[in-house]
Design a protein around this ligand. Structure first.
Ligand SMILES: NC(=O)c1ccc[n+]([C@@H]2O[C@H](COP(=O)([O-])OP(=O)(O)OC[C@H]3O[C@@H](n4cnc5c(N)ncnc54)[C@H](O)[C@@H]3O)[C@@H](O)[C@H]2O)c1
Length: 392
């Protein structure tokens, strides 16, 4: 049997192309961690005609069962105390898992799943430390399975336009990038404390939204190797008992154990400078637009506060036409295609089925993680650090 998905996309070049999905072979999927983001994974998997969701687990007893009940899927097996028990259950014949756990539990379940020969859709950020990411990549290589990291914003047509503009040569040789963004008051605590406690999150704004901001520009320029970084982190808002955000008083000052602001100056291979700042909370509306400066043109990407996969408005290219300084506006693109989350899940499933490369490969995101790790280390040491990523 084959089923057509309306307005599906060719994810590599962003062009419309109605995809035919082979439903003869259904992929058996499990969910590890049934918190907030798992809702989006389930919603997307349910829309895929070639997926059977067979199991789910959470460290909190009863949470996975309640999650599937909420989604009207009471037949799904959930009697597991952790990812390990679920992955050890051979009767499930799992093809793939979504790892939807908090940051500090990204590496362990992903490595275990890969060791069991199961494809992994891992939520962002890759991990907390570079060392963990290296271990996950080693397990990926050994397994030969697909590992894709959950960066859905790069599947947005506007994000893809940034890459197209850079690759077209319109900007000439890129030598300086300023990127980042953030919120005036937006420490993410409406769903509990897993984003702000060190034992669960490990890193704060730096990893949570900083990883997206880095991916936007690094993906556009082909992910050059990072060489050195001078980083800074602070937690003035998170630690303030009088902080007010998302309309509620901040009750979590005592448990806040991560950063709410980070900044860095990063040298990349090819002589490119990356100037970065990101905030969950700050006393300004934006730390600035993203700009990419090249020898022939400069690109301005208006900042966005929430990182939901959109650029903040029409982009502008500053260049010269026949000797005249000119500004070309790139209108916002709405390709009318599936949600970014559906694209993320679909492209992962296609890679699992066809044995094709992961849509968001670890070979790129390892450099994203190396920068986050370098910023954290440099901030701690109070000096510049060298970044070294081994060949895996
Ligand atoms: N892509 C996106 O748009 C997006 C949006 C929000 C969050 N996220 C990412 O998703 C991850 C989870 O975020 P969340 O808001 O859902 O967190 P959450 O705290 O609501 O849920 C995480 C769940 O994982 C469970 N868990 C942890 N370790 C486990 C293990 N080893 N086995 C089984 N269950 C385990 C926890 O008990 C918890 O219920 C974070 O890393 C976050 O960065 C991504």
């Amino acid at each position: 049997m084959a089923e057509k998905m309306d307005a599906n996309l060719d994810y590599n070049n962003g062009q419309k192309d109605e995809a035919v999905i082979d439903t003869n072979r259904k992929l058996r999927v499990g969910i590890i961690g049934t918190g907030w983001i798992a809702d989006s994974h389930i919603a997307s998997y349910k829309r895929m005609p070639d997926v059977e969701i067979v199991a789910g687990c959470d460290l909190i007893p009863g949470k996975a069962a309640a999650f599937f009940k909420k989604h009207g899927m009471e037949g799904v097996k959930t009697e597991y105390a952790s990812h390990k028990e679920m992955l050890d259950d051979e009767s499930l014949k799992l093809d793939a898992v979504s790892v939807c756990t908090y940051n500090r539990q990204h590496a362990i379940p992903s490595i275990y799943a890969l060791e069991k020969g199961v494809n992994v859709m891992l939520e962002k950020p890759f991990t907390v430390t570079l060392d963990e990411a290296i271990e996950v990549m080693k397990a990926e290589k050994k397994s030969g399975k697909v590992l894709s990291i959950g960066f859905q914003p790069r599947l947005d047509a506007n994000m893809q336009m940034i890459k197209k503009i850079v690759e077209s040569g319109e900007l000439g040789q890129v030598y300086y990038i300023q990127t980042g963004g953030g919120r005036r008051r937006g420490i993410p605590t409406p769903f509990g404390t897993s984003f702000i406690e060190d034992k669960t999150a490990g890193l704060g704004a730096l990893a949570d939204i900083g990883c997206y901001s880095l991916d936007m520009v690094l993906n556009a320029i082909g992910y050059p190797k990072p060489l050195t970084v001078t980083g800074y982190k602070s937690d003035f808002f998170g630690k303030d008992p009088n902080y007010v955000g998302y309309g509620a008083h901040h009750e979590y000052a005592d448990v806040f154990g991560v950063d709410d602001f980070a900044a860095a100056f990063v040298r990349l291979e090819g002589g490119i400078i990356l100037d970065f700042r990101i905030a969950w909370a700050m006393n300004i509306d934006t730390p600035g637009d993203t700009i990419i400066l090249g020898t022939k043109g400069g690109l301005r990407i208006p900042s966005t506060d929430c990182w939901n996969g959109t650029v903040g408005g029409p982009m502008k290219i500053y260049h010269e036409v026949c000797g005249q300084q000119t500004i070309t506006e790139i209108p916002i693109i709405n390709d009318g295609g599936p949600s970014l989350f559906d694209r993320k899940i679909r492209s992962f499933l296609d890679a699992c089925k066809n044995g094709t490369p992961a849509p968001v490969p670890s070979s790129q995101i390892i450099y994203n993680q190396a920068i986050l790790d370098g910023i954290a280390k440099s901030a701690e040491l109070g000096r510049e650090v060298e970044i070294s990523v081994p060949e895996i």
